[in-house]
Design a protein around this ligand. Structure first.
Ligand SMILES: Nc1ncnc2c1ncn2[C@@H]1O[C@H](COP(=O)(O)OP(=O)(O)OP(=O)(O)O)[C@@H](O)[C@H]1O
Ligand SMILES: [Mg+2]
Length: 282
């Protein structure tokens, strides 16, 4: 018993924050399942930003959701393998333990900020709610923290803006609100699944810079998913290239750019004109 506790502590402090091994995901009807993940393995260190790139359908979102033990929207999933988070295999936890991890220790930001926010609640009230669900704070304390978080993610005049509704914010500002919600409980890992795809290029860059700044300031790890190689260049330390439910290449992002080992990675890079024009691939 004591030994188990000890090794868990040692693991959680010295090992990777997240260690996924041989993860398989089967979606839908068990008699004819879609084998969406076919043995995915990767690590994310504490404070590390890791990119996941790959074409549509390669398994990026299924991987992200599997880390939180969630199925794709509107589907059922069967997961096999291991998802060690700070020394515990999340696939072995019961649902109540998982509830404590989701949102509090691992948080997620999705692509479309409008569908993730409640249109009939002010953004302040939505953040208050989530904070109070995870922390024992009074309504006033929660509001103070919500305002502080809105300021932290770059929303001007946050005390006033907290009383506005989602439709009163631009797309980029809504994504900032979602990031504020995601970091409200100080997660160890933030998963951002195509967080900027719906935004224009300048706003994309601002949101990505915000995510990196928060990673630096709070020491959280970042799992950044994108189908665009250009987005991970200069953003993350490590990149995993996914293809048909597998990670086909992994490495330091500059090394992968300079000398992609896998044919599919070369094709993916060739399809990212921005990189070649700016010479970042060299
Ligand atoms: N709701 C679902 N129902 C059935 N199969 C699904 C569902 N969601 C995903 N899949 C299957 O899982 C595979 C991986 O999908 P996933 O959403 O992870 O791709 P992705 O890499 O995130 O793509 P995109 O860049 O388009 O977001 C898909 O090819 C599909 O076969
Ligand atoms: Mg996806």
């Amino acid at each position: 018993m004591l030994e188990t506790e000890m090794s868990e502590t040692v693991m959680s402090e010295t090992g990777p924050l997240l260690r996924v091994r041989d993860l398989h995901a089967e979606i839908g009807d068990p008699r004819a399942p879609v084998h969406a993940l076919r043995g995915v393995s990767f690590d994310i260190l504490r404070g590390e930003a890791v990119g996941f790139v790959g074409e549509s359908g390669s398994g990026k979102s299924v991987t992200a959701r599997a880390v939180m033990r969630l199925a794709p929207e509107g589907a059922k999933v069967r997961l096999r393998g291991s998802v060690d988070f700070a020394g515990r295999d999340l696939l072995q936890l019961d649902e109540s333990e998982m509830l404590d991890i989701r949102g509090r220790r691992i948080a997620m930001v999705f692509q479309d900020p409008m569908t993730s926010l409640n249109p009939v609640m002010t953004v302040g009230a939505q953040i208050d709610d989530i904070i109070r669900r995870h922390m024992n704070l009074s309504a006033r304390e929660a509001r103070a923290r919500s305002v502080e978080l809105l300021g932290l993610v770059g929303i001007q005049d946050p005390a006033r803006r907290a009383d506005d509704y989602p439709h009163q914010f631009s797309g980029g500002m809504r994504q900032r609100v979602l990031i504020a919600i995601a970091i409200s409980c100080d997660p160890d890992l933030l998963i951002a699944d195509e967080p900027t795809t719906a935004l224009d290029v300048t706003v994309q860059a601002q949101i990505l810079r915000l995510l990196l700044r928060l990673r630096d300031e709070r020491g959280m790890s970042l799992m950044l998913i994108t189908h665009d190689f250009g987005v991970v260049a200069g953003m993350v330390e490590t990149v995993n290239v996914m293809y048909r439910g597998r990670i086909v290449e992994t490495g330091r992002v500059d090394a992968v750019f300079a000398a992609p080992a896998h044919d599919y990675t070369r094709r993916l890079l060739a399809a990212t004109p921005r990189l070649h024009r700016s010479g970042q691939a060299a």
